[in-house]
Design a binder for this molecule. Structure first.
Ligand code: PEP
Ligand code: MG
Length: 579
């Protein structure tokens, strides 16, 4: 057997050697048949239900154990549907009345209920029941057909998960004790599954285009998520080689770990702040373990995505308070929710859009649905007394949007104060710079905001007109393109002229080629996946600010392509390391 090699985009660092676990859509096609013995067919259905109930109970127990009772609730709902006689009786009746096979009867009855519930547009609760019925019916159908359904929450052996794509909720279900890596067909370094993989510290490669068609369950894989290489059916020598590489990487990580309590300072004494991005309060543990000096981005939309309905003011307050308290006085930038783009909410039914990344998203939704926005702001303002809270608005394109959001914040604050609720009076209010219009006009914004945080994940996709999720155009997704560097420099300089600060919370902030340039441009705060903090601190400690200033100037003024910039940076870093 010869080794097959695939390449993709390295999305979360690490090396893994383990067998494949395919997380793909199973084939549940069947033929409608006449049956002679309807009673035997009903017995077959009962057996399939029994199997489905046993499977879901097991999944529920494992999910409860590894993810918590809240995440496991969905499986309770599935069990309720499975044990609902009204539904099963109708399937049985169909088998008996029409002498059809159980697969066909089940399909017909479930389709009827799914369509009925899904059509209740003003009743999100019933719409969710449609999703439950669909899930459950698929499981019973799979049992009838003898097809195995994949279930990520029940993985209890070391594997590499292979999928076309992973939704953020699939990713959240992966238990990192067993899932040694994941590899997908689609996605980019800044797709949200990649971002979650980094916060879960699971090595990941995305955008391989064809991994699901190339491997089958149980195949042995080497995943080199440092280089973006997957080896299928490796030889003994290759396994040895990569085992050695994995050991070397572990040793390198151990070196970085020594910097956990060190300041983030250049060789010539210039301090910057290295912060980390989080998606849930659980991520704070990783932030502290990796020695980050603050939270530079708390993506609150995951609070909304992990909940069966809008999180209440109190639910949100608890989450924000937990993060602020755990960070113990260190700065915490909380971004108001950024739903839309690739982040959907099942209970917020939004119309299909041709271009969701250019559509109804983030602050555009918040300003349109003021009550929902105010609930979040009330929770944030109440939590502000528990730490150093900074509030940030996402996807700001115009000054009017910032002013409108700020006015709602001020109004909410006045209401709380009138109710006698204590609110901190030192909350900084800033915006994400992720739309080119805001970057170009940063000198105007800087007069009104307290800080900027540059969201390069979106800023690059909008500036280059290259979808951050689409591996076909990933060659255009160029963080080091001089056009991007020019925008970033303008933003940083504009903030400094007004005595304000600029951070960066896009993935570029932890990119080892970009860091020397950003340092030279005067970036004040770098916020990244927690796992990138220590290697970035190590890199910064080897560089001189003055040299990096000259490097950034040269990159912007003399380079015309991203490749030229990379060459320049590599030469400068090598020179610094030899010094
Ligand atoms: C960004 O756009 O850079 C960013 C940090 O936001 P998100 O990745 O959540 O869109
Ligand atoms: Mg963004």
């Amino acid at each position: 057997m010869t080794t097959v090699k695939l390449t993709g985009i390295a999305a979360s660092d690490g090396i893994a050697i383990a067998p494949v676990y395919l997380l793909t859509e199973p084939n549940l096609s069947f033929e409608t048949k006449r049956v002679e013995d309807a009673d035997a067919e009903v017995a077959r259905l009962d057996a399939a239900y029994g199997q489905a109930i046993a499977e879901v109970s097991k999944i529920r127990d494992i999910a409860k154990e590894s993810l918590g009772a809240e995440e496991a609730q969905v499986f309770d709902a599935h069990l309720m549907v499975l044990q609902d006689p009204e539904f099963t009786d109708q399937v049985k009746m169909k088998i008996k009345d029409e002498n059809v096979n159980a697969e066909a009867a089940l399909h017909e009855v479930s389709t009827f209920f799914i369509n009925m519930f899904a059509g209740m547009e003003d009743n999100p609760y019933m719409q969710e029941r449609a999703a439950d019925i669909k899930d459950v019916s698929e499981r019973v159908l799979a049992a009838l057909l003898g097809v195995k359904l994949p279930s990520p929450a029940t993985i209890d052996e070391e594997v590499v998960v292979i999928a076309h794509d992973l939704t953020p909720s699939d990713t959240a279900q992966l238990n990192k004790d067993f899932v040694k890596a994941f590899v997908t067909n689609i996605g980019g370094r800044t797709s949200h599954s990649a971002i979650m993989a980094r916060s879960l510290e699971i090595p990941a490669i995305v955008g391989t285009k064809s991994i699901t068609e190339t491997v089958k369950d149980g195949d042995l894989l080497i995943v080199d998520a440092l280089e973006g290489i997957v080896l299928l059916n490796p030889t003994e020598d290759e396994i040895k080689e990569y085992q050695a590489k994995a050991d070397a990487y572990a040793a390198q990580k151990a070196e970085w770990e020594k910097l956990v309590a060190a300041p983030s300072v250049t060789k010539d004494g210039h301090h910057v702040e290295l912060a980390a991005n989080i998606g849930t309060p659980k991520d704070v543990k990783g932030v502290l373990e990796n020695g980050a000096e603050g939270v530079g981005l708390y993506r609150t939309e995951f609070l909304y995505m992990d909940s069966p309905d809008f999180p209440t003011e109190d639910d949100q307050y608890e989450a924000y308070k937990t993060v602020l308290e755990s960070m113990d006085g260190k700065g915490v930038v909380v971004r108001t929710m950024d739903i839309g783009g690739d982040k959907e909410l099942p209970y917020l039914t939004l119309p299909e859009e041709m271009n969701p990344f250019l559509g109804y998203r983030a602050i555009r939704i918040s300003l349109d649905r003021k009550e929902m926005f105010k609930t979040q702001l009330r929770a944030l303002l109440r939590a502000s007394v528990h730490g150093d809270l900074r509030i940030m608005f996402p996807m700001i394109a115009t000054l009017q949007e910032f002013r409108a959001a700020k006015a709602i914040l001020d109004e909410t604050k006045a209401e709380l104060v009138a109710e006698g609720i204590e609110v901190s009076d030192s909350i900084q209010v800033g915006i994400m710079i992720e739309i080119p219009a805001a970057a170009v006009l940063a000198h105007q914004f800087a007069k009104e905001v307290d800080f900027f945080s540059i969201g390069t994940n979106d800023l690059i996709q909008y500036t280059m007109a290259a979808d951050r999720m689409n591996e076909q155009v990933s060659y255009l997704y160029q963080p080091y393109n001089p056009s991007i560097l020019t925008l970033i420099k303008h933003v940083i300089e504009s903030s400094h002229k007004e005595g304000k600060w600029t951070g960066m919370c896009g993935e570029m902030a932890g990119d080892q080629i970009a860091v020397p340039l950003l340092l030279g441009m005067g970036l004040d705060e770098f916020s990244m996946s927690a796992t990138s903090v220590l290697k970035t601190r190590s890199l910064i400690s080897k560089l001189n600010l003055t040299d990096m200033q000259a490097l950034a100037d040269k990159a912007i003024n003399e380079c015309s392509t991203a490749e030229e910039v990379v060459e320049l940076v590599n030469a400068a870093v090598e020179a610094a390391q030899n010094n």
